[in-house]
Design a protein around this ligand. Structure first.
Ligand SMILES: Nc1ncnc2c1ncn2[C@@H]1O[C@H](COP(=O)(O)OP(=O)(O)O)[C@@H](O)[C@H]1O
Ligand SMILES: O=C(CO)[C@@H](O)[C@H](O)COP(=O)(O)O
Length: 637
């Protein structure tokens, strides 16, 4: 009998990918179908259609089915032995939804093994172009949902996120309100992940808790649909969604279609599919304290978290491999496609040239800073390309190599700032685990390492969602016996060190990071302030004796002045420019930081030695001509 193996699938934005692993967790097969290249008849760009309103983004659902037919045929012609597969699982781009027309469950169940699946299923979808995660056309539905359930914060507390335009509940609400007839004809609504599982199962697959957390519909603590959220989106929604299940559930045996057409064993089990980010968490074997950064079509950042506090930014999802815990997720829409655009404009379409530009410029980009959001960003909500030179002047262009570094540094600064807003602290033991297509690029990883001042690790494949799905397939078979995923994958190779921070880089990057966040209009909260404290004390102690370092003084200044202007408390303890103690009292700062922002910008760009003068624990800043006077700051607290 052939040695057993396990399959992991990933229905992502630009491609369908598959990995097979053996019992020793070695990858024995890897393949993909690229939607634009391999299925040109669908005329997608990057796997999607961007509609004329520039807000609506969809993908043709039959393209995903045809991609599955194609990849299975490729496996068959390569001689792949399907009978050895014990179990399979998979992942899908998150939030996207598929609408099955009334009567489709019978067609799915009775698909003829003589035909490729896409032919049998061609009339099964009441919505032929599925809304996907890049869609941002549901602002009014989001407002209505938040209003219906008692506000954004309440919705976040219940479902893990405030209302987001791409989240499935809001997408369903839009379809229902714009086309109630279509909604009426729909008997089942799947996520991309549960849709893909349904194709293998031959019947509608349930939504798993982890991907279900990306819908604004699931109560993440109780792990059940929220009635008030369902009611706010569309009538009769519960029956169209089915009951959610734990992510490790075995859903049943594979449909006879696959045994008859490809020779799968009828005993091959289908384990619940989940979102691509949750699957990556499994594939990277993330441990608490690690931070994972996926550089795929979207960039995402995620963490394993024990006791989450859902907030107005970021998402809390049920953990796909441990039912007691959660994962925090941030998503950045301007990821690889933005990098590809700048690569095409500035590096003749070549990643090699792009990498050379990163090598020929230095950390901190000599003070040049940029924001690159070709499309409306999710985190933060901002759009457009904005460039600032070292004199803090807005400029319309940068030399090519400066542009490339500004893009990559800006992308990673945003990740650090927003991770810290979530409460994440970069500590000496922090490991960054990188994955996704761009993690092949060492020069990009070097910038990541410099911005976070932490080592970056990678695993053997950049397809961590596929690999995680294959691991989850094995885990599904034993999870009922209380075996953890960590036990299942203990023989897998450890992540490998890819790059370490460039000595001295952080000094140039800290002040840039502060400027980046303020430039972006990111509101400062008590968490930001403590981050600034941390950065201030860190750089003062380590690099800028007696407060003369640019980054140190900028952070300390910010801390002191914000505390003062809030009127709530005194400054932190400053002594000779060194921040000795952070105020522990909570401090709420909501607005009114205009002049302070400007000062921070001026300070952070000021030359070394910094003009900050210190008198014991009080300090002041010499004025630039024509600028507002600076407040004399209070005593150290
Ligand atoms: N050497 C490289 N340097 C930077 N980016 C790369 C490189 N190779 C591939 N990529 C990027 O990887 C992206 C695809 O990543 P992937 O994780 O497979 O995406 P998805 O899972 O969303 O389909 C491509 O859009 C491409 O821009
Ligand atoms: O919207 C999100 C996460 O919230 C995206 O991360 C999607 O899950 C798309 O994934 P990729 O195809 O970019 O990997």
């Amino acid at each position: 009998m052939a040695a057993p193996c396990y399959l992991g699938w990933d229905f992502s934005t630009q491609q369908l990918k598959v990995i097979a692993i053996d019992e020793q967790l070695r990858v024995i097969y890897e393949d993909n179908v690229h939607f634009d290249k391999d299925l040109p008849e669908f005329k997608t760009q990057g796997g999607v259609y961007i509609h004329s309103d520039r807000l609506t983004v969809t993908s043709p659902v039959l393209m995903w089915v045809k991609a599955l037919d194609m990849i299975l045929e490729k496996m068959k012609s390569s001689g792949f032995n399907f009978s050895q597969i014990r179990a399979l699982s998979g992942a899908g781009q998150q939030h996207g939804s598929v609408y099955w027309k009334k009567g489709s469950s019978q067609i799915l169940k009775n698909a003829s093994p003589e035909l490729p699946l896409h032919q049998s299923l061609k009339d099964c979808f009441s919505v032929s172009d599925s809304p996907i995660w890049m869609d941002s056309s549901t602002a009014s539905q989001c407002r209505e949902l938040e209003k219906a359930v008692g506000g954004a914060q309440h919705l976040a507390r219940v479902t893990g996120s405030r209302a987001y335009e791409r989240f499935t509940g809001n997408q369903i609400a839009k379809i229902y309100s714009q086309n109630p007839e279509v909604y009426k004809q729909t008997e089942r609504i799947s996520l991309v992940s549960s849709f893909a599982a349904s194709l293998f199962l031959g019947t509608y697959a349930p939504i798993d808790y982890s991907d279900g957390s990306g819908m604004n519909l699931l109560q993440i603590w109780e792990k059940a649909w929220s009635k008030s959220c369902l009611d706010a989106c569309a009538p009769g929604l519960e029956e169209r969604l089915g009951c959610p299940v734990p992510s490790h559930s075995v859903l049943g045996p594979i449909s006879p279609y696959y045994s008859q057409r490809y020779g799968f064993s009828p005993d091959c089990k289908v384990v619940a599919f989940t979102g691509d980010n949750p699957a990556s968490l499994a594939g990277m074997r993330l441990q608490e304290g690690d931070i994972a950064i996926s550089l795929g079509t979207s960039d995402t950042l995620f963490l394993w978290i024990q006791e989450p506090t859902p907030a107005l930014e970021g998402h809390i999802l049920c953990n796909p491999v441990d039912s007691q815990t959660y994962m925090a997720l941030l998503c950045f829409k301007n990821g690889s496609l933005m990098r590809e655009r700048i690569r095409d404009d500035c590096a003749s379409g070549s990643w090699d040239e792009f990498s050379k530009a990163l090598s020929s410029t230095v950390a901190g980009n000599s003070g040049n800073l940029g924001f690159y959001f070709d499309v409306m960003e999710i985190t933060p909500e901002a759009v457009g390309i904005h460039r600032f030179n070292r004199d803090n002047q807005k400029v319309s262009r940068f030399p090519k190599e400066v542009e490339i570094r500004a893009l990559i540094e800006g992308q990673f600064m945003a990740k650090r700032i927003h991770a810290e807003k979530l409460g994440y602290k970069v500590l000496p033991r922090t490991r960054i685990l990188a994955t996704g297509g761009a993690s092949h690029n060492k020069k990009i990883l070097q910038v990541l390492s410099d911005v976070f001042n932490a080592p970056v690790f990678t695993i053997d494949t950049a397809n961590s969602a596929c690999l995680g799905s294959a691991y989850r397939a094995i885990h599904g078979l034993v999870a009922e016996r209380n075996v953890s995923l960590a036990d299942v994958v203990k023989l897998a190779p450890e992540p490998r060190l890819a790059v370490t921070p460039t000595p001295g880089a952080e000094e140039h990057l800290i002040s840039q990071t502060g400027v980046w966040s303020l430039r972006c209009g990111i509101h400062l909260t008590s968490v930001d302030i403590s981050v600034c404290c941390h950065m201030g004390s860190f750089s003062n102690h380590r690099r800028a004796p007696r407060g003369r370092g640019v980054s140190g003084c900028c952070s300390s200044y910010l801390l002191a002045d914000v505390y003062n202007s809030s009127g709530l408390m005194n400054t932190g303890v400053l002594e000779d420019g060194i921040l000795l103690k952070k105020q522990s009292k909570p401090c709420r700062v909501t607005e009114g930081l205009g002049p302070e922002m400007d000062l921070l910008l001026r300070l952070s760009l000021c030359p070394d030695p910094c003009p900050l003068s210190l008198h014991g624990s009080e300090w002041s800043i010499p004025l630039e001509q024509g600028k507002e006077p600076v407040k004399k700051l209070g005593n150290a607290g």
